[in-house]
Design a binder for this molecule. Structure first.
Ligand code: 6PG
Length: 465
């Protein structure tokens, strides 16, 4: 065969990725479980069809690719990936490469990478962010697995990736599951960014009684300032959208129950495994779970009365600063979690490079990430303590505190923003209250505690004779 690469799975993301590669001069052999879809895809590719080869079986697909081969899997995460690997390997040569570009759980990627290593075959697990548009015109790519295999396909991946001032957003993060882990944390932060925005939206809608158009205008304005980001930009557009079935605002007819495929939840679960505190991300996951309990919320409102009362919502500039503070604290937690995982999994994750790879193409891309990349390059302390961000946080915290305090007093649920305040206060309290936890643990379980004047944990209280 002569195709430079193969791609399996012509769903939204797979199809967009194949077109992106073809558009960048890369010939791609494509395969989809339903053959009709494969032919429809290639037939509908216009002038790019020349660079696409439709194949009807995995055998055909492998035969259509020039060795040493590389095949990208863009299929739903889970067993389907294992299934494809099991069917592909026997058809491939030793140095042929399989690349899982789906949203795999990084623990699965570690397992698959290990199996590949044992078999002496190359394997990559890469996180791809940016939705359909990103996949088609330039996603952010977080690579993990066999370093030499990454080098082999890096020219293709950097060609199709988003560019930030000319720098491709495609970076090798480390061995086995490193790429998919970084993608998971990206999604955890994505959940948190979205939730904090939704909470501010709620204060404007229910607290201030602002119109959807006014809220849209405000977010559009913020997108021109320090909060400039893809998520703030689309928030303005979602607020301004009209119901295609009527003249009213679209948001007014959208069910308030959030879906989730699981990547943000994985981040919260892994944070617990790592003992890495990410309360803003955890709050965002919990908020999605609570949103799904529509009936229970309705029963709660019937029993206790509605929350989210109208109140004197702080001014726009204060809300903006509150969101800035929340964002800094959330990212600080996310990067701390990455650094913790890097140590635990022996990955040497390049934190500044992670901030850079998120600057374009992905869902959480924002102006602030550019500054974060600099801050993480210049200091090895937590983001919230690093020069510029510590100053910004100091400036913005009073706003966040004011917004959260007043919101809570008026019955508004602001779990992510409140989690950010609590995190801030915890992490600037040198002497906290865990002395009590340790006293209790020692009382009922003789677990021992360290003393301020003696760090060994073998001290006990006078609980027994
Ligand atoms: C991205 C997104 C994407 C994600 C879904 C939303 O980076 O492009 O994070 O990978 O899977 O768009 O995920 P949920 O269904 O969990 O909200």
């Amino acid at each position: 065969g002569t195709s430079r690469i193969g791609l399996i799975g012509l769903g939204t993301m797979g199809a967009a990725l194949a077109l992106n590669m073809a558009n960048n001069g890369v010939s791609v052999a494509v395969y989809n479980r339903t053959t009709q879809r494969t032919h429809d895809f290639v037939d509908g590719a216009g002038e790019l069809a020349d660079r696409l080869t439709a194949t009807e079986s995995l055998e055909d697909l492998v035969a259509a690719i020039a060795p040493p081969r590389a095949v990208v899997l863009m299929v739903p995460a889970g067993d389907i990936v294992d299934d494809h690997i099991a069917r592909l390997r026997p058809l491939m040569d030793k140095d042929d490469l399989i690349i899982d570009a789906g949203n795999a759980n990084f623990r699965d990627t570690i397992r698959r990478a290990k199996a590949a290593r044992d078999d002496g075959v190359p394997y990559l697990g890469i996180g791809v962010s940016g939705g359909e548009d990103g996949a088609r015109h330039g996603p952010s790519i977080m690579g993990g697995g066999d370093g030499a295999a990454w080098e082999r396909v890096a020219p293709i991946l950097t060609a199709i990736a988003a560019k930030h001032d000319g720098t491709p957003c495609a970076t090798y993060m480390g061995p086995d599951g490193a790429g998919h882990f970084v993608k998971a944390v990206h999604n955890g932060i994505e959940y948190a960014d979205m939730q904090m925005i939704a909470e501010i939206y709620g204060l404007l809608r229910d607290g201030r009684g602002a119109s959807y158009d006014d809220i849209a205008a405000l977010f559009e304005r913020w997108d021109g300032g320090p909060l400039q980001s893809y998520l703030v930009e689309i928030t303005a557009k979602v607020c301004a959208a009209k119901d295609p079935r009527g003249a009213g605002p679209l948001l007014a007819v959208i069910e308030d129950t959030a879906g989730q495929k699981g990547t943000g939840r994985w981040t919260a679960i892994e944070a617990q495994h790592l003992a890495a505190p990410v309360p803003v991300i955890e709050a965002a996951v919990a908020a999605r779970n609570m949103s799904a309990l529509k009936d229970r919320r309705a029963a709660g409102e019937a029993r206790f009365g509605a929350g989210a009362q109208a109140f004197d919502v702080p001014g726009d500039a204060t809300l903006e600063r509150a969101l800035i503070a929340g964002k800094i604290l959330c990212y600080s937690q996310g990067f701390d979690m990455l650094s913790r995982a890097s140590a635990d999994f022996d990955w040497s994750l390049p934190l500044p490079e992670i901030a850079k790879v998120w600057r374009a193409g992905c869902i959480i891309r924002s102006a602030m990430l550019d500054d974060m990349a600099d801050a993480l390059t210049d200091s090895d302390t937590s983001l919230m303590l690093s020069g510029g961000f510590a100053n910004r946080l100091e400036d913005a915290m009073p706003a966040l505190r004011d917004v959260v305090a007043r919101a809570i007093a008026a019955g508004h649920a602001v779990p992510a923003l409140a989690g950010a305040v609590t995190y801030f206060d915890t992490m600037r309290t040198a002497r906290g209250t865990a002395d009590m936890i340790q006293g209790q643990r020692d009382f009922f379980g003789w677990h021992g505690f360290a003393r301020l004047d003696d760090a060994g944990r073998d001290h006990h209280g006078p609980w027994v004779d």
